[in-house]
Design a protein around this ligand. Structure first.
Ligand code: ADE
Length: 236
């Protein structure tokens, strides 16, 4: 049976989804509250993981090991790395990559974790297609599919932003997606990352982020519920 694990880093990213759920039971692991129930007729577990790669990976592993999820989605907000992408626009991951892993001294490309056989973690084609269709319905003409770059940094400097673009060629940057993708990859669980742009990841980010955080997070949550609806329809 299908079960979708939905991870957001912050309350604002998962609060509306929790409110839309039915038959909810709550359990705790590692200081995180897992909301298990039904969303859009689909069994789901919704959880706020906290900020950053370690919190995200722990959370994704708990969803795989303790809740038996069969899919993972990471929903939330991100800084744009692409000039044609504005605040409120949506990104669906084709793949995810770390921008802050550097073992180039041992001849690994920047981003690759030694011992892993991939540099980027590919998202599931079906989830990508469903997420794209859902995003286009909510904000037509404003969704891109591409790479998501993750690292333990809030990016708000032009130089840092340009370096991340040069290393990853990603569409947006955030702090959890690649860690969730990495965990999904090691557990052979299909995943997708869905992000709404809250800022431009440069000097304007510190102003824009607080202003657009809520709008962007809610937009992304709406796409996530629509994705759950699509997966549930498939089951019928
Ligand atoms: N999440 C939203 N905006 C971000 C940024 N500029 N850097 C990292 N994570 C983000």
């Amino acid at each position: 049976m299908k079960k979708l694990g939905i991870i957001g880093a912050m309350d604002v990213e998962v609060a509306t989804l929790k409110n839309q759920m039915e038959k909810v039971t709550i359990s705790s692991h590692a200081g995180m509250e897992f909301y298990e129930g039904i969303l859009e007729k689909l069994p789901v577990v919704v959880v706020r993981c906290g900020v950053g790669k370690v919190n995200a990976a722990m959370c994704a592993q708990i969803l795989c090991s303790c809740y038996g999820v069969t899919y993972l989605v990471n929903t939330g907000i991100a800084g744009s790395l692409c000039a044609e992408q504005d605040i409120g626009d949506l990104v669906v991951s084709r793949d995810a990559m770390y921008h802050d892993v550097d073992c180039s001294g041992f001849n690994y490309p920047v981003g690759q974790v030694p011992g892993m056989d991939v540099l980027t973690y590919p998202a599931d084609e079906t989830l990508m297609a469903y997420a794209f269709a859902a995003a286009e319905k909510i904000n037509p003409g404003h969704t891109k599919i591409g790479r998501v770059a993750s690292g333990d940094q809030f990016v708000c400097q032009k130089e840092k932003k340009e370096n991340i673009i040069a290393v990853t060629q990603a569409l947006c940057t955030e702090m959890e997606g690649a860690a969730i993708a990495h965990t999904a990859y090691r557990n052979a669980i299909p995943f997708v990352i869905l992000r709404a742009i809250s800022d431009k990841a440069d000097a304007s980010a510190e102003m824009d982020y607080p202003t657009f955080e809520t709008i962007a997070a809610h937009r992304c949550a709406a796409v996530t519920s629509s994705l759950a609806h699509k997966l549930a329809e498939e089951e019928e």
